[in-house]
Each structure stands twice: as structure tokens, then as C-alpha cells.
Design a protein. Structure first.
Length: 256
């Protein structure tokens, strides 16, 4: 069920931001990925089973949006990310739920997949946004995840990919010392086979209502070739023994 992770690529932009100590950690990352003790599930997308009622959550999101006058905000370039990613991406939007400041709106989205790459979730203090504070169902969902897997939620967002949109191929850097962050997707709206996520050159359909482990340390992208918007909740979880066991026992996502 597991194999040594052997492929990694970092965008050239990152190295302008690293101190000498951080560069040493990058080198450590490469070493660990070549070490037999650093193992991950071979499949890039694992279905961990049913976790929510997507229709109820969609109604909740519509209700909170109306109550707060909120909307999905365009994902904008953040320092340290790949400029090419944002140049080649179309229709990517989001609403922040949990981040390091508790900020909402467009500013809260700037705490994205590449933020705090040298800290684990346990080492970082996270705060809910006002949006999350207004949603009992979303709070219950994250509470369920934390209890079920004895874990802690980190960065969390509701992400939309508009119909006809795409997220360009890229890699999200994972903490080098332990690969402690697990990026999980909870699809609320999707469509087979016109909406799919590509990880390590394999196309996957993520079924609404399920929880998926996605290995975003591998090259990945998303296509929405449908006439509907794709909506996912995306949350980072601290890798714990119960979560790791669930990943190893989980089923690969549906291939497209």
C-alpha cells in the first residue's frame, strides 16, 4: 500500500525568499524523500469515505453569503507562489474559513497553499474567520474531522472553480521534516467525468460528500469542462496515526 516518495519539484521563485537555514531544510526535504523511512501512500488521491451531506452545506453557504453579503473572491497571486500558476489559471475563487490571522474576504485568501511552508499545523496558531463563526454546520464538520482522526484543522477554505475554468499544474510545498500536513478535499459540487483533478498524471473524480486525501506535493491541476461551478471545502489536517491508518486503508478515488 505504500512506497517511497520519489518526485519533487520546487518553483524557482521560492529560493529568493529562503534564508540559509531554510535552504538547509529544503535539502533535508530531498534527503527524507529518498529515505526508506519516509513513506506515503502510492496513490495520489484516496477516498476516506462519507463525511457530510453536501446539499445541506451548500444551503448553509448560500445562507451565510446572503447574511454577510459575502461572495467568492478571486484567488490572487501571493508572494512566494508560482507566478506562472496564477497566469495560467482561470476561474479560481474562494472564501477563507481558517487561517493564521482570522481575516476574511480577499485578504484572507492570501494565506494559501504555500503559506508557512516551514511550520507544522501544531506549531502554528490558527483562527476562524467571521464567516466560519456564523456557520454551525461548518464548525460541526471541522469538529467531526478533529474527533474522528484525533487531529487538528489548519488552513481551510471553500474553493470554487467556475465552469470552463482550470487550475494550472503546480506543486504545493509540504513541511520537510515530517510531511505532517495532509491536504483534504470535501467536494460539494462536482460532475463525472467533466470535472476532474489530475495528480501525478492521473485524472480523478472526487464524489460530493466524501473526504479525500490529496497528495499535493505531487504535480497536480484541475479542469472544469462542465457547465456548472465546482465547489470544494479544502482543509489541511495534522497527520496523526488514526488519519494515516485511514489513508492506508482508504480506496483510490475514481479514475477518469
Amino acid at each position: 500500500m505504500v512506497q517511497t516518495y520519489q518526485y519533487v519539484s520546487l518553483t524557482y521563485n521560492y529560493f529568493f525568499l529562503f534564508s540559509s537555514n531554510e535552504i538547509l531544510e529544503v535539502l533535508l526535504y530531498f534527503y527524507l524523500l529518498s529515505n526508506d523511512n519516509c513513506r506515503v501512500v502510492a496513490n495520489g488521491c484516496i477516498n476516506l469515505g462519507k463525511i457530510c451531506d453536501p446539499k445541506k452545506l451548500l444551503k448553509e453557504i448560500e445562507k451565510i453569503n446572503a447574511k454577510l453579503g459575502e461572495k467568492f473572491h478571486d484567488k490572487k497571486y501571493m508572494q512566494g507562489a508560482s507566478k506562472q500558476l496564477y497566469k495560467d489559471t482561470k476561474g479560481w475563487q474562494g472564501i477563507p474559513l481558517i487561517n493564521e490571522t482570522g481575516k476574511g474576504g480577499s485578504e484572507g485568501l492570501r494565506y494559501g497553499g504555500t503559506a508557512n511552508v516551514f511550520k507544522t499545523i501544531a506549531e502554528t496558531q490558527y483562527f476562524p474567520t467571521e464567516y466560519l463563526k456564523k456557520s454551525q454546520l461548518l464548525q460541526e464538520l471541522f469538529g467531526t474531522l478533529e474527533r474522528k482522526y484525533n487531529t487538528q484543522c489548519g488552513l481551510a477554505r471553500i474553493l470554487k472553480l467556475e465552469k470552463g475554468g482550470n487550475i494550472a499544474p503546480h506543486i504545493d510545498y509540504i513541511h520537510p521534516s515530517s510531511r505532517s500536513k495532509v491536504r483534504c478535499h470535501i467536494p460539494l459540487v462536482s460532475q463525472h467525468p467533466t470535472i476532474y483533478m489530475t495528480i501525478d498524471e492521473r485524472n480523478y473524480f472526487l464524489e460530493p460528500g466524501n473526504l479525500y486525501m490529496t497528495d499535493v506535493s505531487k504535480r497536480h491541476s484541475v479542469r472544469n469542462n462542465s457547465n456548472i461551478d465546482r465547489i470544494h471545502i479544502v482543509v489541511d489536517l495534522e497527520r496523526t496515526p488514526p488519519l494515516q491508518r485511514a489513508i492506508e486503508r482508504g480506496k483510490p478515488a475514481i479514475n477518469v
